[in-house]
Design a protein around this ligand. Structure first.
Ligand SMILES: [Zn+2]
Length: 388
């Protein structure tokens, strides 16, 4: 140390990756998917001299796994970067890879092709200098993180490591977790009748109103709690609602969807139980009130212990290289770390600085990408060292 990092290689790789359209086809009908970018990364890993395996969790969309075998006696580590991006609507030049004022521009530059380029740059530096970590190092370039996370799901089904680093962009801060989310369907049932027939009609929409009052109280209550030490409070809102069929007919049904952004200690069943208790109470007060609660889709929250060895290795490397405390924070949105965590792989999140993820102008700061590569290298060698 210090390891010599090939800045030109990393910049060139990043620009090449941005120029490849890898828009997730589940998000945009014209999304090219991860076929071409997987082939590029596979080639890059082979040129570095690593063993490469692939998986195809979805048709034509490949995970690429590069493996640097350890010398023995150290812990294994998995680096993870997703290769898909969100769509490019409203972007003037989404695949330009233009470099201006020390920034690389384009869809995915920040979220998160720079991180993939940094992982490749780090592995190349280790191989070029003949430095072998004690434990095995895996780089998993995964598909579909922006939609269904089929990529990381396939990784945890077939690969394991003692810890993982999700290289999502964090501005070089250390992230220890994020909230989960669950979409839960609520349906109130009334009785259809002509608008003039108050004696037979039961209005499912006003029934939903009673439930919404309870949900609003819950929403207010949750955000005033301290919540989780790293992630803060959980929150709920009702993003979708639809009731009735005609201006002159009592609504027979009203359907709403609630989204609950969860913290550790809250899971699908506990959230459903809270909502079911509202339904039961309202039904007891008025037997005409009828509602059902149905969980639709969600993902759990994740939080790693601050004293986990991978958190320590990454935090210390970031502190040394940045010269400032890299912090330890919780992110508001969901990431693949929850899947790795629930597979028993302690996971921390760190990546470069930039902006415009999912927005019309996206960029990454090249200086931060180089610094990030160095942090990754030092954290990897420390975490994977023999006897570590
Ligand atoms: Zn991302």
């Amino acid at each position: 140390m210090p390891l010599s990092i090939d800045h030109d290689y990393i910049t060139r790789t990043l620009v090449d990756l941005v120029r490849i359209n890898s828009v997730n086809p589940s998000l945009a009908a014209d999304g090219a998917g991860e076929g071409e970018i997987a082939a590029y990364i596979e080639g890059a890993l082979r040129r570095i001299g690593l063993d490469v395996e692939t998986q195809e969790p979805l048709s034509g969309r490949k995970n690429v796994i590069g493996m640097l075998p350890g010398a023995g006696g150290g812990r294994s580590l998995m680096l993870n970067a997703h290769t898909d991006t969100v769509g490019v609507e409203g972007m003037a030049a989404p695949f330009s890879g233009d470099i201006r004022d020390g920034r690389v521009y384009g869809r995915g530059a920040f979220d998160m092709k720079a991180s993939a380029a940094a992982c490749l740059g780090m592995l190349k530096a280790l191989v070029d200098e003949g430095i072998q970590p004690g434990g095995d190092v895996y780089f998993t370039a995964v598909i579909d993180e922006e939609a269904g996370s089929a990529g990381t799901e396939a990784i945890v089904a077939n690969y394991h490591a003692d810890a993982a680093i999700i290289t999502e962009p964090t501005g070089l801060r250390v992230c220890g977790g994020h909230r989960g989310f669950w979409n839960i369907e609520i349906t109130t049932t009334g009785r259809a009748a002509h608008g003039s027939h108050y004696e037979t009609g039961i209005d499912a929409n006003t029934m939903m109103g009673r439930l919404l009052v309870e949900i609003e109280k819950l929403a207010q209550d949750l955000i005033t709690q301290a919540g989780h030490p790293l992630l803060g409070p959980s929150s709920v809102h009702v993003p979708l609602i639809q009731g009735g069929t005609s201006r002159y007919v009592y609504a027979a049904q009203c359907r709403a969807e609630l989204e609950w952004r969860s913290i550790p200690g809250e899971d699908r069943d506990s959230m459903v139980a809270v909502l079911q208790a509202f339904v039961d109470r309202l039904h007891t007060a008025d037997p005409q009130f009828r509602a059902t609660i149905t969980p639709l889709f969600g993902r759990d929250s994740y939080a790693v212990a601050p004293d986990a060895p991978i958190v320590q290795a990454v935090s210390q490397a970031a502190q040394r290289i940045r010269g400032v405390d890299p912090g330890f924070y919780g992110e508001k949105w969901w990431m693949d770390s929850a899947l790795l965590g629930s597979a028993g792989i302690e996971t921390v999140i760190i990546g470069p600085a930039g902006g415009g993820a999912h927005a019309a102008v996206e960029w990454v700061e090249l200086d931060s990408v180089m610094m990030f590569t160095r942090i990754l290298a030092e954290a990897t060698l420390d975490f994977c060292r023999a006897g570590g």
